[in-house]
Design a protein around this ligand. Structure first.
Ligand code: GDP
Ligand code: IMO
Ligand code: MG
Length: 417
């Protein structure tokens, strides 16, 4: 990599192909860091036809010698972490001596999962459509200054004392308000301290190690989860996740100060998708929507839910460029648009008579040739290049990478990152 510290951020509602690009760029770095979110993420890597889906472990893990970090901004479900470690180990990937977990990671406990699911049930048709992984309630406990952190496992007596208080509060809500089953202390111990001995060698000071890498001039990748429009502050609230998903979250989420970030890459799907509820102005309910869903295999990597599909929302993207100070873009899944007669880009919104937000489209001709698997920019059909040129012009930043298939190798590098 030309730049030392590179950030990868999803520009819409997640699943833009961040995992693939992080894995690709990991080739030339010493470390990869997750700094927010949790195992609500699902990042897919395909190498020589072999697929790996990661939820918590950074997408650099397939490269031996690369250090992977889970920063303090990540909410950590310990059983889910180990599920992922075992799966990787079974596939022959060494994880434990390359993974460092921040002692300050807030823990996702069984009561968070029970609450997440109870809150969603209670909301009925107002539900968010969460992944049901306990993400929101775990962040609530964190900002409520009562949550457990990874370091709490080091003192069992104190842990039991804290859990006792937390269980009183959360079980009161679960039983009295939501009419749900209470969570037991045993279940909480089994989901946390039962893993202590296996966790100890992986627990440490993420900030200190990242600082050492920086001082040694080594490259580090910061792997965003979710997408900018799911950001708790800047996203489509309340249909968002519970963390900041934008570049500003890096410093708070792993301790690397903003001045040290050298390149911020936005990963943008060539069309737009969303899983779960919430506004989606360019959503298509017609044959083109089905084309995108079928050809793009648009099913969630975490929950398996079908993803809603629509045209690329550049109007939202322009704000996302600004709020992340994006340096450049990577357009992914360009191949999914192959064979369409005409392609639309949303360039503005308009309110209709009922107050609903409607997209204003610019129409561009499609292409009949293929972009799938192409690795050289000049070999793309003229109209595909015209589509990319238009996105660049509307966003005012360069498209430095283009992805033309799920495999690591199916990528066009226009400019080194
Ligand atoms: P992430 O959450 O941003 O890492 O993205 P996901 O892994 O959830 O979803 C992206 C999906 O698209 C995965 O199934 C990838 O294998 C696949 N994918 C990534 N890039 C491309 C591409 O350029 N073309 C095609 N056809 N699929 C891609
Ligand atoms: P990656 O990293 C797509 C969505 C959920 C729901 C909302 C809140 O793979 O891009 P949560 O469980 O976080 O409280 O759910 O956010 N969501 C994602 N959608 N990709 C993701 O991650 C997502 N993580 C959360 O579907 O709408
Ligand atoms: Mg995903």
């Amino acid at each position: 990599m030309k730049h030392q510290n590179v950030v990868v951020i999803g520009t819409h509602w997640g699943d833009e192909g961040k995992g693939k690009i992080v894995d690709l760029l990991t080739d030339s770095v010493a470390g990869v860091v997750r700094f927010q979110g949790g195992h609500n993420a699902g990042h897919t890597l395909v190498v020589d036809g072999k697929k790996t889906v990661l939820h918590l472990i950074p997408s650099g893990i397939l490269h031996a010698d690369v250090r992977c970090f889970i920063g303090n901004g990540v909410v950590l479900s310990i059983p889910d972490l180990f599920k992922e470690i075992y799966e990787l180990e079974e596939a022959g990937v060494e994880v434990r001596n390359r993974l460092l977990l921040s002692l300050d990671c807030p823990l996702i406990m069984p009561y968070h999962i029970a609450l997440d699911q109870s809150v969603e049930r209670e909301r009925g048709n107002q539900k968010i459509g969460t992944t049901g992984r306990g993400i929101g309630p775990a962040y609530e406990d964190k900002v409520g200054r009562r949550g457990l952190r990874l370091r709490d496992l080091l003192d069992e007596a104190q842990l039991r004392f804290k859990l006792d208080g937390l269980l009183k509060q959360h079980n009161f809500m679960l039983e009295q308000y939501y009419g749900a089953e209470p969570v037991t202390l045993d279940a909480c111990m089994a989901a946390s301290i039962a893993f202590l001995e296996a966790l100890k060698p992986m627990m440490g000071d993420v900030l200190a190690e990242l600082s050492q890498l920086r001082r040694a001039g080594k490259g580090v990748l910061f792997e965003g989860a979710q997408g900018a429009l799911l950001d708790i502050d800047h996203g489509t609230y309340p249909f968002v996740t519970s963390s900041n998903t934008t570049a500003g979250a890096i410093s708070s989420g792993c301790g690397v100060g903003p001045r040290y970030l050298d390149y911020i890459l936005g990963i943008t799907k060539a069309y737009t998708t969303r899983v779960g509820e919430g506004p989606f102005p360019t959503e298509l309910h017609d044959q083109t929507g089905r084309h995108l869903a079928d050809k793009g295999h648009e099913f969630g990597a975490t929950t398996g839910r079908p993803r809603r599909c629509g045209w690329l929302d550049v109007c939202a993207l322009q704000r996302v460029v600004e709020m992340n100070s994006l340096t450049g873009l990577c357009i992914t899944k360009l191949d999914v648009l192959d064979g369409l007669d005409s392609i639309a880009i949303c360039v503005d919104y308009q309110e209709d008579n009922d107050g609903a937000i409607k997209p204003v489209y610019e129409h561009l001709p499609g292409w009949q040739g293929k972009t799938a698997s192409i690795k050289v920019y000049q070999e793309l059909p003229d109209n595909a290049r015209a589509y990319l040129d238009r996105i660049e012009a509307l966003c005012g930043i360069p498209i430095d990478l283009i992805s033309t298939g799920p495999d690591r190798s199916e990528t066009i590098v226009r400019r080194a990152i």
